[in-house]
Write a protein that binds this ligand. Structure first.
Ligand SMILES: [Ca+2]
Ligand SMILES: [Ca+2]
Ligand SMILES: [Ca+2]
Ligand SMILES: [Ca+2]
Length: 279
């Protein structure tokens, strides 16, 4: 009898889960599309804040950015940069669009750099074409903690943290005529303890070097602040957010997982019932 009661309880839970799922489908209507990864969050980051969007699926770190949702971007040019040193002819000479995303394990960046001549000829990474990501993970405005990093990725794929070669991050560069993409995954454990939540803020700035003729750099852009390593009080904000459609996708995935588990439990319980000796 107790087994039958247990089966009834499990079946009831399953019915509730299925009901939630069906209600959700009803609420969305038959023609609605739940997964809307092409919808822009908003076109450009403003006021020194970039929204870091939650990603249901982690991007493949290969320099191809087609696996990224169209999310808010920093447009980094000589006209938008807080700091611009050197000389640039136009935005074809150097400019960039930067997006960011997150899951529990990583912060990701997708950086599209427009640069008409790719050069990597110097020992120092900052003398070549490349990007810098300055992060104050704890957002404590202190530059020298375990949470503070100045990651650089050069157009030839070299990776450093504060100019020292690092394998802590995963990065890929994809070069094309007129520019290159940089795709980066930074372990969350290098920035904060545990996982972020919607509303978590980290200090962020982005640096961009241009070298078109060898030797040292020709131009240097910084999104927020005057350097990318030692003045996090001047950095902008990386604000962790969760898009409404991602919440729906995550909920659907959890309900589907629950349904599978309930079916497994029901199958096991029915197996027990089948071999129950007659009373
Ligand atoms: Ca990719
Ligand atoms: Ca150089
Ligand atoms: Ca810090
Ligand atoms: Ca260049």
């Amino acid at each position: 009898m107790r087994r039958n009661a247990l089966i009834a309880v499990v079946a009831a839970i399953g019915a509730v889960a299925l009901g939630i799922r069906l209600l959700g489908a009803e609420a969305n209507g038959p023609d609605s599309t739940v997964i809307i990864h092409s919808a822009p969050f908003s076109p450009l980051a403003a006021g020194g804040t970039l929204h870091c969007v939650s990603l249901v699926s982690p991007p493949v770190i290969d320099g191809q950015l087609s696996d990224w949702p169209a999310a808010e971007s920093i447009e980094l040019t000589r006209y938008t940069a807080y700091t611009f040193i050197g000389s640039l002819v136009d935005t074809n000479d150097l400019s960039s669009l930067i997006r960011s995303g997150w899951d529990d394990q990583h912060v990701y960046f997708a950086i599209q750099v427009t640069d008409d001549v790719a050069v990597a000829d110097s020992t120092d990474v900052w003398r070549d074409d490349g990007v810098e990501i300055g992060l104050d993970g704890l957002n404590d405005d202190y530059a020298w903690g375990w949470d503070d990093h100045q990651y650089a990725v050069v157009v030839d794929g070299r990776k450093t943290d504060r100019s020292t070669v690092t394998s802590d991050i995963t990065a890929a560069v994809y070069q094309y005529q007129g520019g290159y993409n940089v795709e980066v995954a930074i372990p969350m454990s290098k920035l904060i303890s545990g996982s972020p939540i919607s509303g978590t803020v980290m200090g962020l700035t982005i640096g961009l070097h241009d070298d078109d003729d060898g030797g040292s750099w020709d131009a240097y852009l910084i999104w927020q602040g005057t350097n990318t390593s030692s003045s996090p009080e001047e950095f902008g904000d990386l604000l962790f957010t969760q898009r409404a459609e991602d919440r729906v996708v995550a909920l659907e995935a959890k309900i589907a997982q629950l349904e599978r588990k309930l079916q497994e439990v029901l199958a096991i319980l029915q197996g027990f019932q089948a071999v129950e000796p007659p009373q």
